[in-house]
Design a protein around this ligand. Structure first.
Ligand code: HEC
Ligand code: HEC
Ligand code: HEC
Ligand code: HEC
Ligand code: HEC
Length: 183
């Protein structure tokens, strides 16, 4: 009877601490969580074509901004489509792999590849790529394994408000609500 009582008090206490820690120290709790369970750090997504970042990097040594060409100058980085792929995949001369042949099909049909966007913040958040890239922050700081693994992944362990604010604090960037929440 008494034992049960103490166990339930213990459970309630742990829950209260967890809730307080989550709200008060969101960055620290999330970081600890993702260290304990690294498999939750990223999500993958099915795409119409299995685009392989590694092959394009290793065989051709292309920079990220060769394809994501707005990252250095604009708010969004941009996802390339057939107008870029056409340069190499207009025929099967460059690659005869089945996934590459799908690209040739889209290019020939003049049809945009319907990529699904993996990274996306809610509409009420402003995220300018160019400021970060011009400040020398590497793509991998936010996009992690993307570009180092074959398939792109969405890193969920860092692209949230407390994650943004932690770096802003360290780097002396603005943490004014309106810096990130104005249109
Ligand atoms: C040859 C062109 C090319 C190069 C070079 C390239 N990418 Fe990509 N990237 C793509 C394409 C095409 C997609 C969309 C397909 C997909 O998500 O699987 C994509 C998707 C992404 C995404 C996911 C975007 C989203 O929200 O859906 C990120 C992040 C990304 N690339 C980062 C990088 C980084 C970092 C590098 C350099 C290490 C890089 N890319 C180099 C073509 C390229
Ligand atoms: C500068 C030339 C170049 C550009 C631009 C380019 N590719 Fe490629 N692509 C290659 C080469 C080279 C290979 C590898 C050939 C091989 O090993 O078979 C390749 C391979 C591929 C493959 C097959 C990979 C696999 O493992 O199955 C896909 C899919 C692909 N490319 C998609 C794209 C898409 C989508 C775009 C446009 C966003 C694009 N590529 C732009 C040169 C290019
Ligand atoms: C400081 C973190 C950060 C850095 C550095 C960064 N990104 Fe992003 N990236 C994001 C966030 C956050 C989003 C989602 C943006 C949104 O929804 O407005 C995103 C979205 C994207 C997308 C999806 C398409 C788009 O334009 O929204 C691509 C592709 C991408 N980034 C590529 C890159 C590349 C390539 C680099 C390096 C040159 C880079 N990013 C550097 C945080 C970053
Ligand atoms: C790794 C560090 C880092 C991360 C992570 C980061 N930022 Fe930044 N951010 C910076 C730096 C550095 C600046 C430039 C400060 C300057 O030039 O004064 C900046 C500037 C900005 C600005 C312009 C601020 C102004 O004064 O107008 C906005 C908006 C912004 N970041 C939004 C975001 C958002 C949203 C995220 C999260 C998705 C994010 N940042 C993540 C380092 C970072
Ligand atoms: C450095 C950028 C940045 C700053 C500064 C910032 N936010 Fe945010 N905020 C974000 C991002 C990114 C999200 C989206 C989080 C997500 O979807 O995971 C967000 C989401 C929110 C949300 C939606 C609920 C939630 O937590 O997801 C509210 C409310 C909010 N912010 C209020 C504020 C207030 C109030 C301030 C000033 C104290 C502020 N923000 C400062 C980047 C920022």
């Amino acid at each position: 009877m008494r034992k049960g009582f103490f166990i339930s008090i213990g459970i309630i206490l742990v829950l209260v601490i967890a809730i307080v820690a989550y709200h008060r120290f969101q960055y620290e709790t999330k970081t600890a969580f993702f260290h304990l369970f690294p498999i939750f750090r990223w999500k993958s997504m099915d795409q119409p074509i299995l685009f392989n970042h590694l092959i394009h990097k290793e065989k051709l040594n292309l920079n990220c901004t060769f394809c994501h060409r707005y990252a250095e100058r604009r708010r969004s980085a941009g996802i390339p489509n057939i107008d870029l792929c056409r340069a190499c995949h207009a025929t099967d001369a460059m690659s005869k792999k089945p996934e590459a042949l799908k690209v040739v099909k889209y290019v020939r049909a003049e049809e945009e590849i319907p990529w699904k966007k993996m990274y996306g913040l809610p509409k009420f958040v402003v995220f300018p790529h160019w400021i970060h890239v011009q400040n020398g922050i590497d793509c991998s700081v936010c996009h992690g394994l993307t570009g180092k693994k074959e398939r792109p992944v969405k890193m969920v362990d860092r692209n949230y408000m407390a994650g943004c604010m932690d770096c802003h604090k360290k780097r002396g960037a603005s943490n004014d609500c309106y810096a990130c929440h104005s249109s």
